[in-house]
Design a protein around this ligand. Structure first.
Ligand code: HEC
Length: 252
């Protein structure tokens, strides 16, 4: 029995020694496009949804076909830099970016107007409960008078019965971050809305300000959204793209 067990133990030791290296290698090859972008300067100039003087990645996706030629041309542009397509500003060149990574990034950018991505961003009519057992607390005011208090499972309101012109809506909740890194928040609003995190404003009520990238450590972060609707059919949704994810999803 002994001489059968011994080689088995040796094999186990060898395989467990080589495993961490194997894992590392795997991680390197499966780094997603947006992970590479997060550690590069791409989000220093561009945002995913907001025009910031340079096109947002969604604007780029909407302008171009997602075909082989476009992927090659845009990959070249990201690597070499340049301007002339969106105005006078120039994109700097990215000589340190691997062509393979640049290509994957361009594919991710062009995927942003794919049905699967845009339909996930479609506002929905979330149920608002009268009780407060659900994670997001919603208070509604009319002329500074609180007229409703309730809760909901996700922040995704469209044409909800509580959305009425000049109703001021305050939503409070907590962001639970499990992975350190760059997390994106997208407050999709057709009325006037802003977002505070821990008491400081991260998204203002300007109509062109909908998105923020925050570098966060694991933990819980209280936030508050203040929103005033303009019409019955107004929408208000909060999406986030946490570290480790590729696309926006509704905050749940
Ligand atoms: C210094 C600011 C800046 C940085 C950093 C930057 N860009 Fe750009 N980017 C621009 C500008 C300005 C344009 C518009 C260029 C034009 O008008 O042709 C642009 C355009 C683009 C386009 C569209 C090109 C076209 O021809 O339509 C893509 C794709 C793009 N950027 C991706 C990236 C990626 C990926 C990164 C990170 C590796 C990045 N950008 C970093 C400023 C920047």
């Amino acid at each position: 029995m002994k001489h059968i067990l011994y080689p088995l133990i040796v094999i186990c030791i060898i395989s467990s020694c080589s495993q961490p290296q194997k894992k590392l290698q795997k991680k390197r090859t499966t780094k997603s496009a947006i992970t590479v972008m997060r550690s590069n300067d791409c989000f220093g100039c561009h945002s995913i949804e907001d025009y910031t003087g340079v096109p947002s990645y969604r604007m780029i996706a909407e302008r171009y076909e997602n075909d082989y030629q476009t992927i090659s041309d845009l990959t070249e542009k990201v690597l070499q830099g340049g301007g002339g397509k969106w105005g006078n500003a120039q994109m700097i060149k990215h000589p340190l970016l691997k062509p393979k990574d640049a290509r994957n990034i361009v594919k991710w950018v062009l995927s942003l107007d794919a049905d699967s991505v845009t339909s996930a961003l479609k506002p929905q009519n979330t149920t608002v409960y009268e009780d407060t057992l659900h994670p997001y607390i919603i208070d509604i005011f009319e002329n500074d008078q609180k007229i409703f208090s309730g809760s909901m499972d996700e922040i995704n309101l469209a044409g909800n019965e509580h959305i009425k012109p000049n109703h001021r809506i305050i939503i409070r909740g907590t962001i639970s971050v499990t992975q350190r890194g760059k997390h994106f928040f997208y407050l999709r609003k057709s009325g006037t809305g802003k977002m505070n995190k821990g008491g400081s404003m991260v998204i203002s009520d300007r109509p062109d300000d909908n998105e923020i990238m925050l570098e966060l450590d694991p933990g819980k972060y209280p936030f508050e959204i203040e929103y005033t609707a303009k019409s019955d059919s107004d929408t208000l949704s909060l999406f986030w793209l946490p570290e480790g994810k590729d696309y926006y999803e509704v905050m749940r």
